[in-house]
Design a binder for this molecule. Structure first.
Ligand code: NAI
Length: 334
């Protein structure tokens, strides 16, 4: 099957090509993101293989469907960026990679916590400058502190296990409690209680219309003053303006984010030679207690291998007319 692989980076190509030896699809590697304007690049391809910052709104889906695309193969777990109603209307099949390495993202959340708490990013720069003073680098013991996990699915569970290893007390909020977390001693509470009692809050739930701005000006007021907030899930879960206000007032003591509401125009590109136009992002960068990484939580060798494996298996299932277990159920609106 001929597949247009949008947003290709060298690492995508490396892992997909290696895995494709067992599948034999014709992979057309394209560097541009999929948008309405680049949709024509998929001409003659039966499948479009896309990542999280490709645009899959109604207009783009119509444009690629008109060029012969029948399958959308997401190289991601999240599908909040796909207009599923239009996909259903166009009778497109949408498949995803539901799990590729929950450890990768959970470990990255832990890395943000350690780096923020012990100010590793500041210490690294100081020592390189022969500044060996410790003032301003004071941290706290993770052992004995309370960690609130919002969303205890695959990633949240791994994260809870890691933090349990540090000797933290664990709280969680999830409409569907996870038995493995409960047996670890995780106590499920409502969100305001979790926010009020936690020294560290980490988000691991999906972005849906219901969870958009789950943490906003109102809910952040419940946060324990000076608490650490970690978001490795999706930018839209956190109202960035409210987070900035919280940082300024001291309600948020530390902020670690791997995702950002407006990341589409920034992340995955080298913009070091350009003037960033996003003032909110620039303001966030200016706080000494904010650590931002550019959506790299998933970025481990193990995860990339698993993404390539599942993506190609999904495409082969479709090509052979088999039922794909990773197909996203679509419902037509009318
Ligand atoms: P999952 O589907 O296994 O678990 C999600 C959990 O969140 C479920 O237990 C669900 O009941 C819960 N949930 C849903 N709505 C909620 C709400 N409003 N409040 C609290 N809990 C809620 O998903 P998984 O694999 O653990 O992934 C979680 C999220 O991590 C993904 O949706 C994605 O946004 C993000 N992610 C980030 C990556 C990165 O590179 N930074 C990579 C992969 C995923």
């Amino acid at each position: 099957m001929k597949v247009a692989v949008f947003s290709t980076k060298p690492y995508d190509r490396q892992f997909l090509e290696a895995e494709n030896l067992a599948h034999g699809h014709e992979l057309l590697f394209l560097e541009p993101r999929l948008t309405r304007e680049t949709a024509s690049l998929a001409e003659g391809c039966a499948a479009a293989c896309v990542f999280i910052n490709d645009t899959l709104n109604g207009e783009t889906l119509r444009a690629i469907a008109a060029r012969g695309v029948q399958l959308i193969a997401l190289r991601s777990a999240g599908f909040n960026h796909v207009d599923l109603h239009v996909a259903a209307e166009l009778e497109l099949t949408v498949v995803r990679v539901p799990a590729y390495s929950p450890y990768a993202v959970a470990e990255h959340a832990a890395a943000l916590i350690l780096a923020l708490n012990r100010k590793i990013y500041r210490a690294y720069n100081r020592v390189r400058d022969d500044n060996f003073a410790l003032e301003g680098l004071l941290g706290f013991d993770l052992h004995g502190s309370t960690v609130g996990v919002v969303g205890t699915g695959r990633i949240g569970q791994c994260f809870a296990q890691i933090m349990h290893g540090f000797g933290c007390r664990l709280l969680a909020y999830d409409p569907y409690p996870n038995a493995a977390c409960q047996s670890l001693g995780v106590a499920y509470v409502e969100l305001p209680k979790l926010l009020a009692a936690s020294d560290i809050v980490s988000l691991h739930c999906p972005l849906t219309p219901a969870s958009h701005h789950l943490l906003n000006a109102e809910s952040l007021q419940h946060l324990k003053p000076g608490a650490m907030l970690i978001n490795t899930s999706r930018g839209g879960l956190l109202d960035t303006s409210a987070a900035i206000a919280g940082l300024k007032s001291g309600q948020i003591g530390y902020l670690g984010i791997d995702v950002y509401e407006q990341e589409e125009s920034l992340f995955f590109e080298d913009l070091s030679d350009t003037v960033i136009q996003d003032d909110t992002f620039q303001l966030l960068q200016s706080f000494p207690n904010v650590l931002i990484t550019a959506h790299q939580g998933f970025f481990t060798r193990n995860a990339l291998k698993n993404i390539a494996e599942t993506t190609l298996a999904n495409i082969t299932d479709f090509a052979r007319g088999r039922v794909c277990p990773n197909r996203i159920p679509l419902e037509k609106t009318s």
